[in-house]
Design a protein around this ligand. Structure first.
Ligand code: NAD
Ligand code: ZN
Length: 346
């Protein structure tokens, strides 16, 4: 039996093609999922563009994609927690299950982590088979479009909740989909102010609509210009780096209050140099964030969505295409004039 899938064929720019491939066999402790919707991640765009990171990481040919929602089509031997027909999404990081972190409930720290759609075939296909331990049973009352974005929303939740933000002044650098998703989360957990920066007018407008306290186009204004207006005396208490830009990161460090805490999700270039005096003498804390906590992040995000945050996250989904039009989706995403972009598989 065959299925359609979007395959990265060769190690070069573009080279994504819809192909007929074999439906994956369902091994023991795996679950076969029929895909309903997927969403396009910046990682997929990096694979499309064949960046340095992609060159060093991706083995072609490979089916790409890791953000999805679907229904369970078939259970492998030994699977007891799910039934055929269940609406599910899934954690894209497959962990070893045996190391010290895995057995102590900190799977997000597993050193053997493999990425679906990165190190093995992904979800831009009509079917995928994944380990049952990676399957997330979707909570009721959440739209399928949002359910296809739980992976990046989980990145936002993991980062925004890395430190206690209640009553704090927070800066987000980068108003990409994940930076935007962080706004409603920070509002829910009681941040005093939420300031977000970008160099993209379209995305800063989206941030305004989502209720950011202030938006700053750093190509035109300085971050510190906002302090007076918001009555921020010493700088930001919490920083969420979500741009991957070393300029943004350096700027954030300059504008932190003493004792400030920074969670870094954005994938910065290697060997970025920063002002260590600021980190050391101002007692800053820097914390790297990778993926989502399994499955604490998934649980919290489901509860927030069911308590009304879904209305705000819905606004971040700006485009939907049928999978046969995936090229349009990638082009739209590369234009920068988008939030999340969904591909439909039915
Ligand atoms: P994105 O690339 O869509 O958004 C990044 C935004 O930063 C863009 O809107 C861009 O215009 C903006 N930007 C560029 N230069 C800037 C500057 N100097 N100041 C402020 N903003 C600037 O990315 P996304 O999908 O929202 O993801 C955010 C980041 O998180 C990316 O770097 C991505 O690679 C990374 N990421 C990391 C993980 C992880 O597990 N650590 C997971 C997912 C994504
Ligand atoms: Zn492990």
């Amino acid at each position: 039996m065959s299925m359609k899938a979007i395959v990265k064929e060769a190690g070069e720019y573009g080279s994504l093609v819809i192909k007929d491939v074999k439906i994956p066999e369902v091994k023991s402790n795996e679950v076969l999922i029929k895909i309903k919707k997927t969403s396009i991640c910046g990682t997929d765009v990096s694979i499309y563009k064949w960046t340095e990171w992609a060159k060093n990481t991706i083995k072609t040919p490979m089916i790409i994609g890791h953000e999805f929602v679907g229904t369970i089509e078939k259970l492998g031997n030994g699977v007891i927690n799910f039934k055929v027909g269940d609406l599910v999404s899934g954690e894209g990081h497959v962990v070893c299950g045996k190391c010290r972190h895995c057995i102590t409930g900190k799977q997000h720290l597993c050193r053997e982590t493999l990425g679906i759609g990165v190190n093995q075939d992904g979800v831009f296909a009509q079917y995928i088979s994944i380990p049952a331990k990676n399957v997330w049973l979707c909570g009721e009352g959440i739209s399928e479009s949002i359910l296809s974005c739980l992976d990046p929303l989980g990145n936002a939740v993991h980062t925004a909740l890395a430190f206690d933000v209640m009553g704090e002044d927070v800066i987000i650098t980068g108003a990409g989909p994940i930076g935007l998703m962080s706004i409603p989360i920070l509002k829910r957990v009681g941040a005093r102010s939420i300031v977000i920066t970008d160099i993209n007018e379209y995305r800063l407008n989206m941030a305004k609509e989502l209720g950011a306290t202030a938006t700053i186009d750093v190509s035109k204004e300085k971050i510190s210009d906002i302090f007076n207006k918001l009555n921020i005396k010493e700088g930001f208490d919490i920083g969420l780096e979500m741009s991957g830009s070393e300029i943004a990161f350096a700027d954030m460090i300059e504008n932190m209050a003493n004792g400030g805490k920074i969670a870094i999700l954005g994938i910065l270039p290697q060997n970025v140099s920063i002002n260590w005096d600021k980190v050391i003498f101002n007692s800053l804390t820097l914390k790297g964030i990778y993926g989502r906590e399994m499955f604490d992040t998934w649980y919290k995000m489901t509860v927030m969505l069911q308590n009304g945050m879904d209305k705000e996250i819905e606004k971040i989904i700006t485009h939907t295409y049928h999978y046969t039009d995936f090229e349009k989706g990638f082009k739209q995403m590369m234009s920068g004039e988008s939030g999340k972009i969904i591909l439909e598989w039915e």
